[in-house]
Design a protein around this ligand. Structure first.
Ligand SMILES: Cc1cc2nc3c(=O)[nH]c(=O)nc-3n(C[C@H](O)[C@H](O)[C@H](O)COP(=O)(O)OP(=O)(O)OC[C@H]3O[C@@H](n4cnc5c(N)ncnc54)[C@H](O)[C@@H]3O)c2cc1C
Length: 424
């Protein structure tokens, strides 16, 4: 029996303080559900704070994954409305170089239009105005509505909003056990303390497999690492993409005092322990320099690594089989779309895992989870997260204070977020 049957308010525990977990907590709290977020580090300590931070228009995936692309453009437009200074409207540009596949460029442009992404081929001269130092080899260019997300601010705003609606946010609070009784979840151990819960949501990203195992459930993940490299170059206006199948070193993201180059995608066995090799850093710089040769000689300001939370039932064996050695398999083919797993089917009712997806689509992922949790708890009402602006969205200084308060500073936007040291 859960507390909803016994008259008390049902309790939900969400594990993981990335964009997905913080999004779930915000959505549930706005629907009046009692919810606690437990994050083992500071907020956005995982992939969320260690990504490119591109607010995808969906153009990157339009020809290979139209469903995912349609989801991106919908969420992209919605985040521009609700997320204020957590995002920047930089625009995006896809460029083809001499020798690149012209058919691919056209397929991408047509696929974008099919799913409602406003993609427009522009003269190369216009592209040169938007990106200084663009290679002489650029032969075609296409404008798309990409943008940039500042993930620390986004997650801090989500958490502040949730807290304003009654949620409890616990940082530096690892979940080390999940209790199950009579085929249903009953609680968890959070930072050494027993916490009762009628529902537990596993939003632990690349760590979801380990978290699910705490409840005796198998969630096969195929984490892949990627490196981003910050270089001292401020001539890039829009997010710059190479018009080819997603590959190493094909994105350059404009920031305040630097350009962030990315990335690689290499299978890792353990999302905490993996090699961070200089060879990958150099590969990214070299590949991006095909678009802007000056990247090659720009001063490297920083590099940081993230691990994608890719769900891969059946993929792990395939990736391992194609790897030259364990842990080095290429894994770009694995779906970036998200999956909600209801572990009632595994004998643990009230336990859910949300895996895969993107930073750009965190809100719809969260809404999908919240819908399911509310069904289980008998809570009426639709999600309103898509139409309600985030707390402090239009106040960058306040956002940055929230980042500090939730210990959400992360490498992806360290140059943007002021890090005002005042606690809220
Ligand atoms: C290299 C790279 C580049 C990317 N670029 C982009 C991009 O440009 N645009 C885009 O939209 N997406 C991008 N992504 C994908 C995006 O970053 C992720 O899909 C998204 O951020 C995942 O968010 P999450 O909340 O699901 O996971 P995470 O952010 O990883 O959060 C999971 C959290 O769970 C916590 N946790 C783990 N175990 C426990 C435990 N036992 N107890 C408590 N807490 C725990 C972790 O500390 C972590 O903070 C990129 C990803 C990578 C790796």
């Amino acid at each position: 029996m859960n507390r909803s049957d016994g008259g008390g308010k049902p309790e939900v525990l969400v594990i993981g303080g990335g964009a997905t977990g913080a999004g779930v907590v915000r959505d549930l709290a706005m629907r009046g559900v009692a919810v606690t977020l437990a994050e083992r580090g500071g907020l956005s300590a995982g992939a969320t704070g260690r990504s490119h931070g591109v607010l995808h228009s969906g153009a990157r995936y339009a020809e290979s994954d139209p469903t995912g692309a349609a989801e991106c453009i919908e969420e992209n437009e919605l985040l521009r409305d609700i997320a204020g200074a957590c995002v920047a409207d930089t625009g995006g540009l896809f460029v083809s170089l001499e020798g690149d596949d012209d058919d691919y460029f056209e397929r991408k442009r047509d696929a974008c239009r099919e799913v409602g992404i406003d993609a427009e081929e522009v003269p190369v001269a216009a592209a040169r105005q938007a990106v200084s130092g663009l290679s002489a080899d650029v032969s075609r260019a296409m404008r798309v509505p990409d943008g940039v997300i500042y993930p620390s601010r986004l997650v801090a705003a989500l958490a502040a909003d949730a807290r304003g609606h009654g949620a409890t946010i616990r940082t530096h609070s690892p979940v080390t056990d999940i209790r199950v009784s009579d085929g249903a979840v009953t609680g968890a151990t959070v930072d050494g303390e027993h916490v009762d819960a009628d529902v537990v949501v596993n939003a632990a990203g690349a760590w979801a497999e380990g978290c699910a195992a705490l409840a005796g459930v198998n969630v096969p993940m195929q984490p892949t690492k990627g490196v981003m490299v910050g270089v001292d170059y401020d001539g890039v206006g829009p997010v710059l993409n190479r018009a080819r199948s997603p590959s190493d070193g094909d994105i350059a993201v404009p920031h305040a005092g630097r350009t962030v180059l990315g990335t690689t995608s290499v299978v890792v066995d353990d999302p905490d322990e993996y090699e961070r090799g200089d060879e990958e850093v150099q590969r990214v710089i070299e590949e991006c320099a095909a678009m802007v040769p000056a990247f090659r000689d720009a001063v490297v300001l920083d590099d940081y690594w993230g691990v994608r939370p890719l769900y891969a039932p059946g993929e792990r064996r395939r990736a391992a089989a194609t790897a030259d050695e364990p842990g080095t398999g290429e894994a770009r083919g694995i779906s970036r779309e998200f999956t909600l797993l209801d572990h009632g089917a595994d004998g643990v009712a009230g336990f859910y895992s949300i895996v895969g997806g993107k930073l750009t689509t965190h809100r719809v992922m969260a809404e999908t989870v919240a819908d399911r949790v509310c069904d289980r708890l008998g809570v009426d009402g639709d999600g309103r997260t898509g139409e309600t602006p985030l707390e402090a969205a239009d106040d960058p200084e306040r956002l940055d204070r929230l980042v500090t308060a939730f210990d959400a500073r992360s490498p992806a936007d360290a140059d943007i977020v002021g890090g005002v040291a005042l606690e809220e």
